[in-house]
Design a protein around this ligand. Structure first.
Ligand SMILES: NC(=O)CC[C@H](N)C(=O)O
Length: 360
Protein backbone atom coordinates (compact mmCIF):
# COMPACT_ATOMS: atom_id res chain seq x y z
CA UNK A 1 0.00 0.00 0.00
CA UNK A 2 1.25 3.50 -0.76
CA UNK A 3 2.04 5.48 2.36
CA UNK A 4 3.56 8.84 3.25
CA UNK A 5 5.55 10.51 5.95
CA UNK A 6 4.34 14.08 6.33
CA UNK A 7 6.51 16.44 8.36
CA UNK A 8 5.00 19.17 10.46
CA UNK A 9 6.54 21.76 8.10
CA UNK A 10 4.42 20.34 5.27
CA UNK A 11 7.08 18.27 3.46
CA UNK A 12 5.80 14.93 2.14
CA UNK A 13 7.93 11.80 1.62
CA UNK A 14 6.21 8.93 -0.23
CA UNK A 15 6.91 5.24 0.33
CA UNK A 16 5.34 1.82 0.71
CA UNK A 17 3.49 1.02 3.89
CA UNK A 18 4.12 -2.37 5.48
CA UNK A 19 2.65 -3.78 8.62
CA UNK A 20 0.09 -1.09 9.42
CA UNK A 21 -2.96 -2.91 10.67
CA UNK A 22 -5.25 -0.06 9.71
CA UNK A 23 -5.10 3.18 7.81
CA UNK A 24 -5.19 5.37 10.93
CA UNK A 25 -2.65 8.20 10.94
CA UNK A 26 0.26 7.60 13.31
CA UNK A 27 1.84 10.70 14.86
CA UNK A 28 5.32 10.91 16.36
CA UNK A 29 8.54 12.91 16.37
CA UNK A 30 10.69 12.23 13.30
CA UNK A 31 14.30 11.45 14.32
CA UNK A 32 17.09 9.54 12.58
CA UNK A 33 19.42 6.72 13.63
CA UNK A 34 22.78 6.34 11.87
CA UNK A 35 23.95 2.88 13.01
CA UNK A 36 24.37 0.26 10.30
CA UNK A 37 22.93 -2.51 12.47
CA UNK A 38 20.82 -2.73 15.59
CA UNK A 39 17.32 -2.20 14.23
CA UNK A 40 15.78 -4.72 16.64
CA UNK A 41 17.51 -3.13 19.64
CA UNK A 42 16.32 0.29 18.48
CA UNK A 43 12.75 -0.87 17.88
CA UNK A 44 12.51 -2.29 21.41
CA UNK A 45 14.40 0.50 23.27
CA UNK A 46 11.85 2.36 25.44
CA UNK A 47 13.74 5.64 24.88
CA UNK A 48 12.27 5.67 21.36
CA UNK A 49 8.69 5.76 22.67
CA UNK A 50 6.79 8.55 20.87
CA UNK A 51 9.20 8.72 17.95
CA UNK A 52 9.19 7.85 14.25
CA UNK A 53 12.68 6.48 13.61
CA UNK A 54 14.26 7.01 10.20
CA UNK A 55 17.22 4.70 9.46
CA UNK A 56 20.06 6.21 7.44
CA UNK A 57 21.40 2.73 6.63
CA UNK A 58 19.54 1.77 3.44
CA UNK A 59 18.73 -1.90 4.13
CA UNK A 60 16.97 -2.89 7.34
CA UNK A 61 15.77 -6.33 8.45
CA UNK A 62 18.56 -8.17 6.61
CA UNK A 63 19.93 -10.27 9.49
CA UNK A 64 16.51 -11.18 10.83
CA UNK A 65 14.91 -10.96 14.24
CA UNK A 66 16.54 -12.70 17.20
CA UNK A 67 14.57 -14.61 19.79
CA UNK A 68 15.75 -12.42 22.57
CA UNK A 69 19.37 -11.31 22.51
CA UNK A 70 18.56 -8.06 20.73
CA UNK A 71 15.34 -7.29 22.58
CA UNK A 72 15.66 -4.31 24.92
CA UNK A 73 12.13 -4.61 26.29
CA UNK A 74 9.17 -6.85 25.67
CA UNK A 75 7.50 -4.23 23.53
CA UNK A 76 7.78 -2.51 20.18
CA UNK A 77 8.56 1.06 21.18
CA UNK A 78 8.72 3.62 18.32
CA UNK A 79 5.47 4.83 16.80
CA UNK A 80 6.80 3.86 13.35
CA UNK A 81 9.95 3.00 11.40
CA UNK A 82 11.02 4.58 8.11
CA UNK A 83 13.67 3.07 5.83
CA UNK A 84 15.04 2.79 2.33
CA UNK A 85 14.44 -0.91 1.90
CA UNK A 86 13.02 -3.61 4.16
CA UNK A 87 14.40 -7.10 3.76
CA UNK A 88 11.45 -9.48 3.64
CA UNK A 89 13.23 -12.24 5.51
CA UNK A 90 16.53 -11.93 7.27
CA UNK A 91 19.24 -14.60 7.33
CA UNK A 92 21.29 -15.08 10.42
CA UNK A 93 18.62 -15.54 13.10
CA UNK A 94 16.46 -18.60 12.66
CA UNK A 95 13.38 -16.98 14.19
CA UNK A 96 10.31 -17.15 11.99
CA UNK A 97 9.58 -13.56 12.84
CA UNK A 98 10.38 -10.84 10.36
CA UNK A 99 10.65 -7.16 11.09
CA UNK A 100 7.07 -6.71 9.88
CA UNK A 101 5.62 -9.44 12.07
CA UNK A 102 7.63 -8.24 15.08
CA UNK A 103 6.26 -4.70 14.56
CA UNK A 104 2.81 -6.11 15.31
CA UNK A 105 0.89 -3.57 13.29
CA UNK A 106 3.07 -0.52 13.94
CA UNK A 107 3.68 1.06 10.54
CA UNK A 108 6.92 0.50 8.64
CA UNK A 109 7.34 2.87 5.73
CA UNK A 110 9.83 1.60 3.14
CA UNK A 111 11.10 2.76 -0.23
CA UNK A 112 11.56 6.24 1.18
CA UNK A 113 14.27 8.66 -0.01
CA UNK A 114 15.74 8.58 3.50
CA UNK A 115 18.78 10.59 2.42
CA UNK A 116 16.60 13.57 1.44
CA UNK A 117 14.45 13.11 4.56
CA UNK A 118 17.44 13.00 6.92
CA UNK A 119 18.98 16.06 5.28
CA UNK A 120 15.69 17.86 5.89
CA UNK A 121 15.63 16.84 9.56
CA UNK A 122 19.27 17.93 9.90
CA UNK A 123 18.49 21.42 8.59
CA UNK A 124 15.04 21.95 10.06
CA UNK A 125 15.41 19.89 13.24
CA UNK A 126 13.57 16.89 14.67
CA UNK A 127 9.87 17.66 14.40
CA UNK A 128 6.37 16.26 14.53
CA UNK A 129 5.48 13.87 11.71
CA UNK A 130 2.66 11.59 10.59
CA UNK A 131 2.60 8.28 8.77
CA UNK A 132 -0.51 8.34 6.64
CA UNK A 133 -2.16 6.97 3.52
CA UNK A 134 -3.74 10.33 2.74
CA UNK A 135 -1.31 13.25 3.04
CA UNK A 136 -4.02 15.78 2.16
CA UNK A 137 -6.20 14.81 5.11
CA UNK A 138 -3.53 15.05 7.83
CA UNK A 139 -4.51 17.10 10.86
CA UNK A 140 -2.30 18.35 13.68
CA UNK A 141 -5.14 19.18 16.02
CA UNK A 142 -5.12 17.51 19.43
CA UNK A 143 -1.54 16.32 18.94
CA UNK A 144 0.56 16.91 22.06
CA UNK A 145 4.16 17.86 21.19
CA UNK A 146 6.63 15.22 22.38
CA UNK A 147 8.20 17.72 24.81
CA UNK A 148 4.92 17.75 26.72
CA UNK A 149 4.16 14.02 26.67
CA UNK A 150 4.54 12.05 29.91
CA UNK A 151 6.19 9.05 28.26
CA UNK A 152 8.14 7.60 31.19
CA UNK A 153 5.02 6.40 32.95
CA UNK A 154 4.05 4.49 29.79
CA UNK A 155 7.28 2.46 29.83
CA UNK A 156 8.42 2.19 33.46
CA UNK A 157 7.74 -1.07 35.28
CA UNK A 158 4.60 -1.19 37.44
CA UNK A 159 6.06 -3.67 39.90
CA UNK A 160 9.46 -4.44 41.38
CA UNK A 161 11.42 -7.23 39.78
CA UNK A 162 14.72 -8.82 40.80
CA UNK A 163 17.37 -10.26 38.48
CA UNK A 164 20.64 -12.06 39.22
CA UNK A 165 21.95 -13.27 42.54
CA UNK A 166 25.25 -11.44 43.00
CA UNK A 167 26.57 -9.92 46.22
CA UNK A 168 26.25 -6.31 45.13
CA UNK A 169 22.69 -5.09 45.22
CA UNK A 170 21.85 -2.46 42.62
CA UNK A 171 18.47 -0.77 42.62
CA UNK A 172 17.72 0.30 39.06
CA UNK A 173 15.26 3.18 38.95
CA UNK A 174 13.37 2.43 35.78
CA UNK A 175 12.56 5.37 33.54
CA UNK A 176 12.32 2.98 30.57
CA UNK A 177 15.46 0.86 30.93
CA UNK A 178 17.08 -1.28 28.27
CA UNK A 179 17.48 -4.94 29.14
CA UNK A 180 21.19 -4.74 28.29
CA UNK A 181 21.69 -2.62 31.41
CA UNK A 182 20.33 -5.34 33.71
CA UNK A 183 22.27 -8.03 31.80
CA UNK A 184 25.52 -6.07 32.13
CA UNK A 185 25.05 -5.36 35.83
CA UNK A 186 24.32 -9.06 36.46
CA UNK A 187 27.38 -10.06 34.42
CA UNK A 188 29.44 -7.81 36.72
CA UNK A 189 28.14 -9.76 39.71
CA UNK A 190 25.12 -7.78 40.81
CA UNK A 191 21.68 -8.60 42.01
CA UNK A 192 19.45 -6.00 40.36
CA UNK A 193 16.08 -4.82 41.62
CA UNK A 194 14.22 -2.84 38.99
CA UNK A 195 11.79 -0.41 40.61
CA UNK A 196 9.13 1.96 39.19
CA UNK A 197 10.29 5.49 38.33
CA UNK A 198 8.21 7.02 41.13
CA UNK A 199 9.27 4.67 43.95
CA UNK A 200 9.33 6.64 47.22
CA UNK A 201 12.62 6.99 49.10
CA UNK A 202 11.60 4.81 52.10
CA UNK A 203 10.87 1.92 49.72
CA UNK A 204 14.30 2.32 48.13
CA UNK A 205 15.87 2.42 51.60
CA UNK A 206 14.09 -0.78 52.61
CA UNK A 207 15.80 -2.53 49.71
CA UNK A 208 19.19 -1.64 51.23
CA UNK A 209 20.91 -0.99 47.93
CA UNK A 210 24.70 -0.89 47.57
CA UNK A 211 24.24 1.40 44.60
CA UNK A 212 21.65 3.01 42.37
CA UNK A 213 21.43 2.99 38.60
CA UNK A 214 19.27 5.70 37.04
CA UNK A 215 18.21 4.37 33.66
CA UNK A 216 17.63 5.79 30.22
CA UNK A 217 14.11 6.71 29.17
CA UNK A 218 11.94 8.55 26.65
CA UNK A 219 10.93 12.17 26.30
CA UNK A 220 11.77 15.44 27.96
CA UNK A 221 13.54 15.06 31.33
CA UNK A 222 11.63 18.08 32.62
CA UNK A 223 8.46 15.99 32.54
CA UNK A 224 9.86 14.36 35.69
CA UNK A 225 10.06 17.55 37.75
CA UNK A 226 7.93 16.01 40.49
CA UNK A 227 10.42 13.15 40.99
CA UNK A 228 13.48 15.40 41.39
CA UNK A 229 13.39 15.80 45.20
CA UNK A 230 13.23 11.99 45.67
CA UNK A 231 15.94 11.44 43.06
CA UNK A 232 18.18 14.00 44.75
CA UNK A 233 17.68 12.54 48.23
CA UNK A 234 18.31 9.00 46.95
CA UNK A 235 21.47 9.75 44.96
CA UNK A 236 22.94 11.71 47.85
CA UNK A 237 22.58 8.61 49.98
CA UNK A 238 23.93 5.83 47.69
CA UNK A 239 26.71 5.49 45.09
CA UNK A 240 24.99 6.26 41.80
CA UNK A 241 25.64 5.73 38.14
CA UNK A 242 23.19 7.26 35.67
CA UNK A 243 22.75 6.75 31.96
CA UNK A 244 21.18 9.11 29.40
CA UNK A 245 17.83 10.28 30.82
CA UNK A 246 19.21 9.39 34.26
CA UNK A 247 22.21 11.65 33.59
CA UNK A 248 19.92 14.53 32.61
CA UNK A 249 17.88 13.98 35.80
CA UNK A 250 21.01 14.23 37.94
CA UNK A 251 21.76 17.62 36.41
CA UNK A 252 18.18 18.79 36.99
CA UNK A 253 18.12 17.42 40.55
CA UNK A 254 21.17 19.50 41.48
CA UNK A 255 19.74 22.68 39.97
CA UNK A 256 21.19 22.40 36.44
CA UNK A 257 19.20 22.70 33.23
CA UNK A 258 18.72 20.74 30.00
CA UNK A 259 18.21 21.91 26.42
CA UNK A 260 17.08 20.19 23.24
CA UNK A 261 19.54 19.54 20.41
CA UNK A 262 18.41 20.41 16.87
CA UNK A 263 18.28 16.78 15.74
CA UNK A 264 19.87 14.76 18.54
CA UNK A 265 22.52 12.02 18.55
CA UNK A 266 21.29 8.57 17.53
CA UNK A 267 23.81 6.05 16.32
CA UNK A 268 26.79 3.91 17.14
CA UNK A 269 29.81 6.09 16.39
CA UNK A 270 29.71 9.21 18.54
CA UNK A 271 33.23 9.99 19.80
CA UNK A 272 33.41 10.99 23.47
CA UNK A 273 36.54 12.19 25.26
CA UNK A 274 37.20 11.65 28.95
CA UNK A 275 38.64 15.02 29.94
CA UNK A 276 40.55 13.53 32.87
CA UNK A 277 42.43 10.86 30.92
CA UNK A 278 42.22 11.97 27.28
CA UNK A 279 40.78 8.57 26.34
CA UNK A 280 38.26 8.62 23.49
CA UNK A 281 35.52 5.99 23.30
CA UNK A 282 33.25 5.47 20.33
CA UNK A 283 29.82 5.41 21.89
CA UNK A 284 26.25 4.30 21.30
CA UNK A 285 23.84 7.18 21.64
CA UNK A 286 20.17 7.94 21.50
CA UNK A 287 19.11 11.30 22.85
CA UNK A 288 17.57 14.67 22.00
CA UNK A 289 18.33 16.55 25.18
CA UNK A 290 21.65 17.62 26.68
CA UNK A 291 22.78 19.12 29.95
CA UNK A 292 23.28 22.86 29.58
CA UNK A 293 26.85 23.80 30.44
CA UNK A 294 26.18 27.29 31.81
CA UNK A 295 23.51 25.93 34.14
CA UNK A 296 26.10 23.87 36.04
CA UNK A 297 27.78 26.98 37.44
CA UNK A 298 27.32 27.04 41.17
CA UNK A 299 26.43 23.33 41.33
CA UNK A 300 28.86 20.70 42.60
CA UNK A 301 28.73 18.86 39.28
CA UNK A 302 31.85 18.65 37.12
CA UNK A 303 31.93 17.86 33.43
CA UNK A 304 33.98 14.67 32.96
CA UNK A 305 33.18 13.77 29.33
CA UNK A 306 32.57 15.81 26.19
CA UNK A 307 31.36 14.96 22.68
CA UNK A 308 34.27 15.37 20.26
CA UNK A 309 31.96 16.41 17.40
CA UNK A 310 29.96 19.19 19.02
CA UNK A 311 31.46 19.60 22.51
CA UNK A 312 28.15 18.83 24.19
CA UNK A 313 28.32 17.45 27.74
CA UNK A 314 28.61 13.65 27.85
CA UNK A 315 29.49 12.92 31.46
CA UNK A 316 29.24 14.36 34.95
CA UNK A 317 30.72 13.65 38.37
CA UNK A 318 29.75 15.11 41.71
CA UNK A 319 32.62 16.95 43.39
CA UNK A 320 32.10 15.30 46.78
CA UNK A 321 29.74 12.35 46.44
CA UNK A 322 30.07 9.04 44.54
CA UNK A 323 27.75 10.09 41.72
CA UNK A 324 28.71 9.64 38.06
CA UNK A 325 26.66 9.89 34.90
CA UNK A 326 26.97 9.64 31.14
CA UNK A 327 24.80 10.82 28.30
CA UNK A 328 25.70 7.78 26.18
CA UNK A 329 25.17 4.03 26.48
CA UNK A 330 27.99 1.92 27.96
CA UNK A 331 25.66 -1.09 27.76
CA UNK A 332 25.70 -0.61 23.94
CA UNK A 333 22.85 -2.47 22.16
CA UNK A 334 23.21 -1.36 19.54
CA UNK A 335 26.73 -0.06 19.23
CA UNK A 336 30.29 -0.44 20.42
CA UNK A 337 31.12 -1.63 23.93
CA UNK A 338 34.21 0.62 24.28
CA UNK A 339 32.74 2.28 27.33
CA UNK A 340 31.78 -0.87 29.28
CA UNK A 341 34.64 -0.01 31.64
CA UNK A 342 32.26 2.52 33.19
CA UNK A 343 30.47 -0.39 34.85
CA UNK A 344 33.77 -1.39 36.48
CA UNK A 345 34.12 2.21 37.63
CA UNK A 346 30.62 1.97 39.17
CA UNK A 347 31.45 -1.25 41.05
CA UNK A 348 34.77 0.22 42.23
CA UNK A 349 32.88 3.27 43.49
CA UNK A 350 30.52 0.97 45.41
CA UNK A 351 33.41 -1.11 46.84
CA UNK A 352 35.19 2.04 48.00
CA UNK A 353 32.06 3.31 49.68
CA UNK A 354 31.63 -0.03 51.51
CA UNK A 355 35.21 0.15 52.72
CA UNK A 356 34.69 3.67 54.01
CA UNK A 357 31.57 2.65 55.92
CA UNK A 358 33.31 -0.41 57.42
CA UNK A 359 36.06 1.85 58.78
CA UNK A 360 33.74 4.63 59.84
N1 LIG B 1 18.14 7.29 25.73
C1 LIG B 1 17.70 8.18 26.60
O1 LIG B 1 17.65 7.95 27.81
C2 LIG B 1 17.16 9.46 26.04
C3 LIG B 1 16.98 10.56 27.04
C4 LIG B 1 16.00 11.63 26.61
N2 LIG B 1 14.71 11.07 26.36
C5 LIG B 1 16.52 12.34 25.38
O2 LIG B 1 15.99 12.15 24.31
O3 LIG B 1 17.45 13.08 25.46
Amino acid sequence: MKGYLVLENGDVFPGQLLGASNARDVHGEAVFFTGMTGYQDVATDPSYRGQIVVFTYPLIGNYGISDGQQEQSGEWQPRALVMGECSADGYHYQSKETLVSRAGGAPILTDVDTRALVKRIRTSGAMGAVITTDPDAVTWENVTPIEEQALVKEVSTQTMETFGAGDTHIVLIDFGHKKAMVDTLCAYGAKVTVVPYNTPLPTIEELEPDGLLLSNGPGNPKQLQEQLPTIKAAIMQYPTFAICLGHQLIALAFGGDTAKLVFGHRGANQPVIDKRTGRVDMTAQNHSYVVDRASLKGTELEVTHVNVNDESIEGLAHGRLPIRSVQYHPEAHPGPSDSQHLFSMFFRMIAKEKEVSVHA
